[in-house]
Design a protein around this ligand. Structure first.
Ligand code: UD1
Ligand code: UDP
Length: 376
């Protein structure tokens, strides 16, 4: 069974790592790894390959940044050649980034089966570029792997044949569980203590922001800063900053405002292990990331999501997540509630047990390999 696997952006790397490891233990699978180059900075890409032991991509399309249309089109043009050259039994895509839909479309138009890992998630917000990528990728996939029950339900509602859909748990959580012990020995907390930024474990908030609806919009970004201004008077905030957000701080004229806040500490994007260590011992995490809502649920660290909705409802229903949007009053109310310990003990969602990749590869072999007439 020959599978071409696609990654492009930061959250894809944690998701592909356990699958590549699973394939490596199985001589019946020939796995190629293609990096589209959507993310390319050392700290947005290569660092994760090294830390997570992901093999070097067999092919890097080196597409880089661009508008949605340009980036998607360039990836499609370059990826078509890869599929024609390698003629895989299936193409596997993860998540909801532009690389996901671009490579998915190329595969199905060449008659190659498409596998989507992290299928069925829906925010219900069609202004979110990822929501378009999710809906379209799911509608053309042959095999769909879900992380939570809402995904299975959404796909059923959209008329996807149930035999194509499998609830398997979460490959990103496979990676978290595998690396948690290693992350504990990270020295990042001591380093930041020495800098005088934090007093130690449990004495700081983590912050990540990169959603266009927050960081491309001066009003939304301004509202978030209003709340952060208050919170940083109470607790230092560590802010590993995404390149989109760094660029926009300057473009929207907000850099000086942030620089004036003594207790918000901007950092370069940080590696997986340091980030995991910091999240695992933060007092609270404020974020608009998709994956971070899930990771904090497993870590049982309070998460305040600075968005109006989530495509990962299980994190709010049984996990540690509160969805509050960008209204400073709501952000501060959630912060106070968390600080005063007024939140219930979170639970771990079903099948988030570190074995999702194992399940996915087994099901792939039962379906894809059998359909192409190979012995399993
Ligand atoms: C992308 C995904 C988003 C995901 C996020 C994870 C899409 C539509 N969006 O958003 O779903 O949550 O990645 O981090 O696919 N840039 C750099 N260096 C890099 C990468 C990007 O400087 O290595 C800058 C460029 O100025 C670029 C901007 O960041 O224009 C945005 O990058 P892009 O990949 O288009 O979208 P993200 O905001 O990163
Ligand atoms: N992450 C990281 N360093 C950072 C920020 C995030 O290692 O500075 C990891 C995080 O632990 C999670 C993934 O990146 O595994 C989430 O990616 P991101 O927030 O960029 O994308 P999203 O999940 O919103 O699509």
């Amino acid at each position: 069974m020959k599978i071409v696997n696609v990654v492009g952006a930061r959250p894809n790397f944690m998701k592909i790592a356990p699958l590549m490891e699973e394939y490596a233990n199985d001589p019946s699978v020939e796995a190629l790894l293609v990096h589209t180059g959507q993310h390319y900075d050392e700290k947005m890409s290569d660092l994760f390959f090294r830390q997570l032991g992901i093999p070097e991509p067999d092919i890097n399309l080196e597409i880089g940044s661009g508008s949605h249309a340009v980036q998607t089109a360039e990836i499609m043009k370059a990826f078509e050649t890869v599929v024609l050259d390698h003629r895989p039994d299936a193409v596997l895509v993860v998540g909801d980034v532009n690389s996901t839909i671009a490579c998915g479309l190329v595969a199905v138009k060449l008659g190659v089966k498409l596998i989507h890992v992290e299928a069925g998630l829906r925010s219900g917000d069609r202004s979110m570029p990822e929501e378009i990528n999710r809906v379209l990728t799911d509608s053309i996939s042959d095999l769909l792997f879900c992380t939570e029950q809402s995904g299975v339900d959404n796909l059923a509602r959209e008329g996807i044949a149930p035999e194509k859909v499998h609830m398997v748990g979460h490959v990103m959580i496979d990676t978290l569980l595998k690396n948690l012990e290693r992350a504990k020995s990270s020295t990042i907390v001591d380093q930041l203590k020495q800098k005088g930024w934090i007093d130690g474990e449990g004495c700081f908030a983590m912050l990540t922001l990169h959603r266009p609806s927050n960081v491309d919009d001066p009003s939304a970004f301004g509202h978030i800063l209003d709340a952060l201004e208050q919170i940083q008077q109470d607790l230092p905030i560590l802010f590993p900053i995404h390149p989109r957000t760094r660029k926009n701080l300057v473009a929207l004229g907000l850099q000086e405002r942030v620089d004036a806040l003594e207790n918000i500490h901007l950092m370069e994007p940080i590696g997986y292990l340091d980030f995991l260590k910091l999240n695992s011992c933060a007092k609270v995490v404020l974020t608009d990331s998709g994956g971070v809502q899930e990771e904090t649920t497993v870590l049982k660290i309070p998460c305040i999501t600075l968005r109006e909705n989530t495509e990962r409802p299980v994190t709010a229903e049984i996990g540690s997540n509160q969805i509050v949007g960008t209204d400073p009053k709501r952000i501060l109310a959630a912060y106070e509630k968390t600080k005063n310990g007024h939140w219930r003990e979170p639970q771990i969602p079903p099948l988030w047990d570190g074995k999702a990749a194992e399940r996915i590869v087994r099901i792939m072999k039962e379906t894809i390999a059998c359909e192409s007439g190979q012995a399993v």
